[in-house]
Design a protein. Sequence first.
Length: 487
Amino acid sequence: MGFTTASDSAENRGSASVDRRALIKRSAALGLLSTTTVGFLSACASSGGDSQDKAKTGKKSEKNPLGVNDTATMEFVLFDGGFGKEYAEDAVKIYEKAFPEVSVKFSATQKIQSTLQPRFNQGNPPDLIDNSGAEQMDMGVLVGKKQLADLTPLLDAPSYDDPAKKVRDTLRPGIVEMGQFDGDPVWILYYAYTVYGVWYSQKALDSLDATYPQTWDEMLAVCAKAKKKGMAGWTYAGKYPYYLPFSLYPMIGKVGGREVLDAIDNLEPNAWKHPAVKACFDAYYELYQKGYVLKGTPGLDHIQSQTAWAQGKALFLPNGSWVENESANVIPADFGLAVSAPTGIDSSDKLPFGTIWASGGEPFVVPAKAANAPGGMEQLRIMLSEASSRNFTAKVKSLTAYDGGTDGITLTPGLKSGVAALEKAGDNVVNPRLQDWYVQLQKEKIGVSGLGEMMAGRLTPAEAVKKIQGFADEAAKDTSIKHYKHQ
């Protein structure tokens, strides 16, 4: 998937000496970020349309705390990306067993926006949606136009495994907050937990007699070594350059501090003109200038760039933890898949090496006009059980929002590496929100028109900063969109 599963997936790695359960309780993690993306279509223009008939609420009980109507159809549309659909189909079977008279209409598609936006506008959306991928509907627009149901009833319901615990008390740190945009309501449940960073082959690094670079001078030296052996230093999803921020944004946070990322998220004037942004843009541009980027990268999509990297044509790849599952068919068995927090500039950086971006991915939503909202929420409650979470992790090599679910599972190389990266990061985990709050700005404008053009050599770093600041200023002044700020 590449960003394709907006969930996109994730991995983790940890050493055997570390208590896995303690690690997993850490806040950050892995999963598809899923937000993949291709050009990016903004979402639901209007909240118009006539609401469809709502299913009558069922009788609430210990086994049915959300009051699901045990005869009403439940429709579930999944993004068909890097995580696949088997995990969701397995969870649907549990729903059908609990409500044997119910018909579940399940489908998977990569065309989320073009398939579902008309249904939102007509007032007859499905009951549960995995809003991810290249055609992800703009979450900020959906929330601003009141098109999503508040998931607080789900979060306050008894958890699937332990009625004494609420669902919210079984989730990883940060998951509830990520689903909030303004105040208490929770509009989104991010199911996967993703670690973003720089992915590489430990085998390839060892063959260069090199260790992962912590400063930019070290990065350039490693890339020079790779070039001498006929390997590019970097590649990335050139057609979808909003993958670059997976390593670039946490680098900016490392160099300049979290406040720089917060100012960017808040669309503050001149936020992109901070010296840390310029320093990091200059660093990445140097990769282009010195010929350390795989030739032809600007024309590659996420799958093509991941395949070239897996084939040893490039050493480093900015991505999310979903890459292990998405590229499983091309990553060699002895690859030594690993992820690292981004390389910094030097010892003057505000935050230590190990500062990483990790957060929830694969955003699930229940539309406000869903005919069977309790059914959609109950399906999510089932997916947040220990068994469903473990099934997901075992099948797609990613953690979930459920704080656990790894007992009895042999962690794959990428997953182990992600867990280790989270452990190293400690409290230095950043979570830029631009891609959640302003999808079109992040993907089309900053990603494609700004960073993509710079890394293709068509803009200098100074020109890219100026252009991106202009895009941010336009978004800040646009009264047609709802604006969000870090609280």
